[in-house]
Design a protein around this ligand. Sequence first.
Ligand code: SF4
Ligand code: SF4
Length: 366
Amino acid sequence: MNLSEKSRQNIDSCRFCWMCRHICPIGNATGQERNTARARAMILSMVNRGSVELTPDIMDNIYECACCSACTCDCVAGRDPVEFVREVRRQAAFDQKTPAYIMRLINNCMESGNMYGASELDIQLKAAISAHEARTSLLLYLGSDARYQASEDAVNAIHLLEKAGISFTVLLREPDSGAAMEYLAGGVEETSRMMKEAVAAMNNFDTVIIYEPFDAKVICREYREWNLGLTARTQTFPAFINTLLKDGKLAVTRGKEKVTYQDPYILARELNETENAREVIAACGILCETMNNRKNTVLAGHLIMAQYRPDIIRLATERRLVENRASGASVVVVSSVAEKIAMSQEGKEFRVITLEELVLMHLKEG
Ligand code: SF4
Ligand code: SF4
């Protein structure tokens, strides 16, 4: 397998110390050693040395990593297990070793522009977007997950910005960010093509507000690292809501409900953003922390993995809900589509709501 020097070093520098063993939400959900960063490094180091073939079973294991970066943050040797997982996925795409269930999603991305293979928007979302088609300096970028999997939440996001009385645009034909493609096949040509299309659309605006953390990571990080020429200023949706509250464009009444926040791992670990949502929650209710919070957050939903390993994602979400329950909160606020969907399905005893739903519930009218 033709891996980069950086990936080889990442694989070979694993001390197999097991200090990351308790961290992996997937390994904890399955109880299987193969799902830890350590086991993956061990098997890939054997592939790297040519003593083991890259078999379909190893490829399955490569796609059993949710790329949540928990192990990267905690690795005692400063390794980045996510980096080599991504590179193996990219290399497998070149070598035609990508599993068929992943190829199906990749083909959807290439044919429909999103991994769901969707083309039709929900009628209400279409109407909400149509009211904001006119060009302004501010783009609300919803992303494919919200557009095709959580249209009600996307409508709420638009509705909240309307309440703030600001001018903004939403694109009826919004290009996919390339985030799913990057997860599925790494930095292949098709990923880059999708990202460039999104950059071209975003550069028509001064500022882009990114609704979904999964998109925010590639837009705020990969677009810049890969020199894709993004000139628009970017801000995450929780950060923007917080700004609207601070600027007095939105005003809320504080309630007495206990609310905990499910930090999306991407915002917390990849973009270092943990406080905006907390400030918004504290303005609306009583913030209670879940034990593993901020950078130590634990994944509770994953839309891509849920397409091919829903069993694992269900188990991982159930485990996280045990921690949420111990916080004493009756409401869990989320700011990722994946976690909204997974936690709503599993956490029946909680109200699982988005940050914008919380603000809309506490909005001072007039
Ligand atoms: S990135 Fe997350 S899912 Fe993958 S091995 Fe590390 S902790 Fe586990
Ligand atoms: S903590 Fe780092 S060095 Fe230790 S087993 Fe995990 S990935 Fe390897």
